[in-house]
Ligand binder design. Structure first.
Ligand SMILES: C[S@@+](CC[C@H](N)C(=O)[O-])C[C@H]1O[C@@H](n2cnc3c(N)ncnc32)[C@H](O)[C@@H]1O
Ligand code: SF4
Length: 401
């Protein structure tokens, strides 16, 4: 528990941290707290807003427009080194570096491209840990019309869902704001195209790292210029966090990974469900919809012979009808991973399940698996290179805000 609390409450390598989530409630007082020279550790530019960068420039005796230039180099030009910001005076670049500032980008350790154009990247973080990021392009003939970045929020995941390669690979730590933002920039760099959509569906449980996820969300929205409605936060459910997220009234989509229509079955698939009963989860989803007016989307991984019968579909429809309106179900046929007995259901079983939901007037879509030839299931590629210890009592980990 202690490790995660420390991770969230201290900003680690940065002196510049307003006591808010990203720029959602940024205040002049918070700007005034910037004192870059006070910290001899390395500090990271990526993730800072234009306002924060202007104050940083001022603190170094520069005109505020230098902050605007920093912003341009970070988010538009996506430069990786301060010395590459050649429009800045050499002396400013040197003093920034001498004071311990750096851009905060990680090298790409591995790139795997699948036949359908999906690209999976492994980024090597400063502490040598590896995280996965996926770029999913949608083409209209030869024109790229949509580019989705599937980003990680943690190194590994402590929640150990039984069908998930990330959960099986263990857990190391939460990601910091810039480590989330840089994933989107890396995808833009590889595709030489702007990212249009971001889904927090990579490694990790975003709600266990809510503070950094919200900071990154703010940066992606305001600095990288991705619309809030184009961002989806996916969670398997962590007590008290959906309420907290609702209070921010974001225009983004909340996706809840359900995987079973009743508590008993859910506990066998999602061990963390024991500490967050389905009734409580559904109540929080209903309240989320009421408070934000944003439809909740439910993810349902279909596991052959486990949760994929038409009876399960009927039970799911009943659960959702009883929980108010505004719901959508996203079916994900299981992506096979090592170390489980689970099997991918047949196309016929998927169609029957989806048909049963539709006839019960539940809106449903089937997620076509992209990149099956590129270790499609989240966490698989990283597990090839690195595994980390398993956490004994995952739900003991404090929520990071
Ligand atoms: C990797 S999780 C990350 C976000 C969050 N922790 C969650 O569970 O919603 C994103 C989605 O991938 C799904 N997923 C993970 N492993 C899968 C697999 N082997 N096959 C199909 N879906 C999988 C999860 O069920 C979840 O809906
Ligand atoms: S599905 Fe999500 S919550 Fe479950 S182990 Fe994987 S990343 Fe963690």
């Amino acid at each position: 528990m202690l490790a995660l609390v420390q991770n969230c409450s201290t900003p680690l390598t940065r002196a510049v941290r307003p006591h808010t989530y990203g720029t959602y409630a940024f205040t002049a007082k918070a700007c005034a707290s910037i004192s870059p020279r006070a910290n001899s550790q390395s500090q990271v530019l990526l993730g800072l807003s234009e306002n924060e960068l202007k104050h940083l420039a001022l603190d170094f005796g520069q005109e505020p427009y230098r902050g605007k230039q920093l912003h341009h180099f970070l988010y538009r030009r996506k430069l990786r080194e301060i010395q590459d910001f050649t429009q800045l005076p050499q002396q400013f670049r040197n003093t920034l570096e001498e004071a311990g500032w750096k851009v905060g980008r990680s090298p790409i350790f591995e790139t795997v491209t699948s036949a359908d154009g999906t690209v999976k990247l492994l980024l090597k973080l400063e502490d040598n840990r590896l995280i996965e990021t996926v770029g999913i392009p949608v083409m209209d003939d030869t024109v790229l019309t949509r580019l989705t970045a599937c980003v990680s929020s943690q190194v590994g995941c402590p929640l150990r869902c039984s069908f998930c390669a990330t959960g099986k690979g263990g857990y190391s730590r939460n990601l910091q704001r810039h480590e989330i933002v840089e994933q989107v920039l890396a995808i833009e760099e590889v595709f030489k195209h702007r990212v249009s959509n971001v889904v927090f569906m990579g490694m990790g449980e975003p709600m266990l790292n809510l503070k950094a996820v919200l900071e990154a969300h703010s940066c992606l929205n305001k600095d990288v210029q991705i619309g809030q409605r184009m961002i989806t936060i996916s969670t398997v459910g962590v007590p008290n966090t959906i309420k907290k997220l609702a209070s921010y009234k974001l225009q983004s989509t909340l996706a809840v990974s359900l995987h079973a229509p009743n508590q008993k079955l859910r506990e066998t698939i999602v061990p963390s469900a024991k500490s967050y009963p389905l009734d409580a989860l559904m109540l929080d989803c209903r309240n989320y919809f009421r408070q934000t007016n944003r439809r909740v989307s439910f993810e349902y991984a279909l596991l052959a012979g486990v949760n994929d019968s038409v009876e399960h579909a009927a039970e799911l429809a009943e659960l959702l009808h009883g929980s108010g309106s505004g719901y959508h179900v996203n079916l994900i046929p299981f992506n096979p991973i090592e170390g489980t007995e689970y099997k991918r259901p047949s196309k016929i079983a998927v169609q029957a399940f989806s048909g049963a939901l539709e006839s019960a007037k539940i809106t449903v879509s089937v997620r076509h698996t992209r990149g099956l030839d590129a270790n499609a299931a989240c966490g698989q590629l990283r597990n090839k290179f690195q595994k980390t210890p398993l956490v004994n009592n995952p739900m003991d980990l404090a929520v990071s805000c």
